[in-house]
Ligand binder design. Sequence first.
Ligand code: 2BA
Length: 105
Amino acid sequence: MKIIFAIINNDDAPVVANQLTRAGLNVTKMASTGGFLMRGNSTFISGVEDDRVDEAIEIIKKYSQRRGQISPAELGLAGESFGNNQITVGGATIFVLDVERYERA
Ligand code: 2BA
C-alpha cells in the first residue's frame, strides 16, 4: 500500500475529491497553506493499493490542470526579491510514500 499526498489548488479541490471518490478511492482533504504565496490550498491524503497508484495520480492530474499566471507584484511580494517573472499557480504537487502498516479500528 502507498499513501499519496497531493497539494492542489483550492479551485480544483472539489472536483478532484469528487472524482477520486467516484473511482472508489478513499481520500481525506485537509486545508493547507503554501509557504511561498501564503494562500490557501488543499492537501489530499489517500491510502491506495499499489496497483491503483497510477490511476489515482492520473485522476489528480486530469482535474488539476488549471495553471494561472500572476505577478509577484499582484501578491504584494517585493519584485526585487523574486524577480518580475510570472508565478505559475494551479496544478498538483504529488508525493507517493510507502505505507508500513495500515489498520482501521
Ligand atoms: P506555495 O509555496 O505557495 O507556492 C505557490 C507557487 O509559487 C508554486 O507553485 C510556484 O509556482 C511558485 N513558487 C514557490 N516557491 C517559489 C520561489 N521560491 N520562487 C519563485 N516562485 C515560487 P507550485 O510549485 O505548483 O506549488 C504549489 C504549492 O504546492 C506550494 O504553494 C506548496 O504549498 C506546495 N509545494 C510545492 N512544492 C512542494 C514541496 N517540494 N514540498 C512541499 N510542498 C510543496
